[in-house]
Design a protein around this ligand. Structure first.
Ligand SMILES: C[S@@+](CC[C@H](N)C(=O)[O-])C[C@H]1O[C@@H](n2cnc3c(N)ncnc32)[C@H](O)[C@@H]1O
Length: 413
C-alpha cells in the first residue's frame, strides 16, 4: 500500500529526531493508521520502538515555548488553562460540545489578535471546527503518565500528566494487545510483551497496545470507535436525590468536600452489575434521611472544612469511618434495599428511554449503513441496551432478595 507523502514526511522527521523503530506504520482497515510487524518477531519483552523525551509535547513544554517564542501564544495558553480550571469531562457529548463552544468563544478574540484576523479578510483564522478537531486529536492520542511518575527521574517535565508522544501514537487499541508502552530512561518505549508461547508473531501482524479497560461509551466519547466484543460495560447517571430531600444541598456539599463523584457508575462484573465503591457511598448518602439519625452541620466560617456529618451522635471525619458506621448500622439491609430500589428505578428509566429512541435512530442510521462511525455508534447502542437489560435483571434480583430480609420487613411495614 502506498504511503502518503505526509506520513513519509512525518516518519523522516521522527527519524531525524531520534525515533528508533523496528516496526512499520501503515493503513489498517477501519482504524486509520497503525503498527505492523516487518518480519517474524518473538514476544520477549523486546523494545520495538523508542521515542526520545525531547519530542514529547506536554503543557510545560508548550508553556515554555510560548514564553520564549510566542508571547501571544502564552496568553492563549493561560486563557485555555483558566477555561479548563475546575471543569470535569462530562460524559454527555452535548455537555462537552457546550463547554468547547464556551472555551472557543472566550479564546476567539485572542486567536484573532494572535493570528491577525485582518490579514484573513476578517474571517476567523482558528474556527470552532479547528478547535474541536484539536480537542479531539488531543484526547484521542494523549498518554497519561500518571501513576508512573515515581519511576521517572530523568524527565524534566515530570509534573505533567498528559503527553503527546509522536510515533507511538500510531498504536491502535486491542483487548489482546501484543505490546505495551513504558517510560524508559530517556524516552518512551514500545515493548513486545513477553508471552510463554514460543510462537513468533509473524510478519505483517498488527501490533496494538491497550488503552485500558474502557467500556464502549468511553471509547466512543474519547477515541471515536467501539469494539463489538468489548467485555467492559458501564453506565452512569447523576446521584438520584429524592425530590423532597431537604438534605440534598448539604449532601452535595459533603460529597464535594470528600471528593465523592456526583455521578453513579455501574460496571459489569462477573455475573452481575456492580456499583463502584465511590458510587456505593454516593448512593448511601443519597438514601439516608434525618429519620435514620443523619445530621449535617454547616461550618459557614470555615471554607476549608465547610460541613460535618453526624450519624447518631457520632461525627464522621473520614470516608473510612463513614463505611464502618454504615456497615455496622442495624438498618443496613434497609439502606441497601433503598439503594437497590433507587438504582433499579434509574436503570429502568434509562432502558425505556433507549428503547423509545432506538427505532427512530436505527432507521435514521440505515441511510449511512456503510459509515464506519455509524457502525461504531450502532455497536455502542446495542451494547448499552444489553447492559441495561442485564442491570435491570440483576438489580431486580438484588432488590427482591432484600425485600424478604427480616430487618427490611420490620422497618418497611
Ligand atoms: C492513538 S490513535 C492511533 C492511530 C490512528 N489509527 C491513526 O490513524 O493515527 C487513536 C485512534 O485510532 C483509532 N483506533 C485505535 N484503536 C482502534 C480500534 N481497535 N478500532 C478502530 N479504531 C481504532 C481511533 O480513531 C482512535 O481515536
Amino acid at each position: 500500500m502506498a504511503t502518503s507523502p505526509k506520513l513519509l514526511e512525518f516518519l523522516s522527521w521522527a527519524k531525524e529526531k531520534g525515533v528508533i523503530s523496528d516496526i512499520q506504520v501503515q493503513d489498517i482497515p477501519d482504524k486509520g493508521l497503525g503498527f505492523v510487524t516487518k518480519r517474524n518477531v518473538s514476544r520477549d519483552n523486546s523494545i520495538v520502538a523508542y521515542i526520545p523525551y525531547s519530542i514529547l509535547l506536554n503543557a510545560t513544554k508548550i508553556n515554555r515555548y510560548a514564553k520564549e517564542k510566542a508571547p501571544k501564544l502564552e496568553e492563549t495558553f493561560n486563557a485555555l488553562m483558566a477555561c479548563l480550571d475546575g471543569t470535569s469531562l462530562k460524559p454527555a457529548v452535548d455537555a462537552k460540545f457546550n463547554k468547547l463552544k464556551k472555551e472557543y468563544e472566550s479564546l476567539r478574540p485572542i486567536f484573532n489578535k494572535w493570528s491577525k484576523v485582518e490579514d484573513a479578510g476578517g474571517h476567523d483564522v482558528v474556527t470552532f471546527e479547528h478547535f474541536r478537531w484539536a480537542d479531539g486529536v488531543f484526547w484521542s492520542r494523549v498518554l497519561s503518565f500518571g501513576s508512573r511518575f515515581q519511576t521517572i527521574d530523568s524527565i524534566e517535565e515530570d509534573l505533567d500528566d498528559f503527553h503527546l508522544v509522536p510515533f507511538l501514537d500510531f498504536a491502535n487499541h486491542s483487548l489482546t494487545p501484543y505490546a505495551r508502552w513504558e517510560i524508559g530512561a530517556e524516552g518512551v518505549e514500545l515493548i513486545l510483551t513477553k508471552d510463554d508461547s514460543l510462537e513468533p508473531i509473524t510478519s505483517d501482524t498488527e501490533i496494538c497496545i491497550s488503552y485500558g479497560d474502557k467500556p464502549n461509551s468511553e471509547l466512543l466519547f474519547v477515541h471515536g470507535f467501539t469494539l463489538s466484543d468489548n467485555p467492559w460495560s458501564a453506565i452512569s447517571f447523576p446521584v438520584p436525590f429524592y425530590d423532597d430531600d431537604e438534605l440534598a444541598k448539604a449532601k452535595l456539599i459533603f460529597m464535594q468536600y470528600h471528593g465523592i463523584k456526583h455521578l453513579v457508575s455501574l460496571t459489569r462484573k462477573k455475573g452481575g452489575a456492580e456499583l463502584s465503591h465511590d458510587a456505593t457511598r454516593a448512593m448511601w448518602i443519597c438514601v439516608l434521611s434525618e429519620e435514620d439519625g443523619v445530621k449535617f452541620k454547616m461550618n459557614h466560617n470555615d471554607p476549608s472544612h465547610p460541613i460535618d456529618l453526624f450519624i447518631g451522635n457520632q461525627i464522621i471525619p473520614t470516608l473510612d469511618v463513614f463505611d464502618n458506621v454504615i456497615n455496622s448500622m442495624e438498618i443496613l439491609p434497609v439502606i441497601e434495599f433503598r439503594v437497590m430500589e433507587s438504582v433499579l428505578e434509574n436503570v429502568e428509566y434509562l432502558l425505556s428511554h433507549l428503547k423509545q429512541t432506538n427505532e427512530q435512530v436505527l432507521k435514521m442510521m440505515e441511510h449511512g449503513r456503510n459509515s464506519r462511525e455509524l457502525e461504531y455508534v450502532r455497536i455502542y447502542r446495542e451494547d448499552e441496551y444489553k447492559f441495561l437489560e442485564f442491570a435491570v435483571e440483576d438489580f431486580t434480583r438484588k432488590r427482591d432478595a432484600l425485600m424478604v430480609d427480616d430487618v427490611v420487613q420490620r422497618f418497611t411495614q
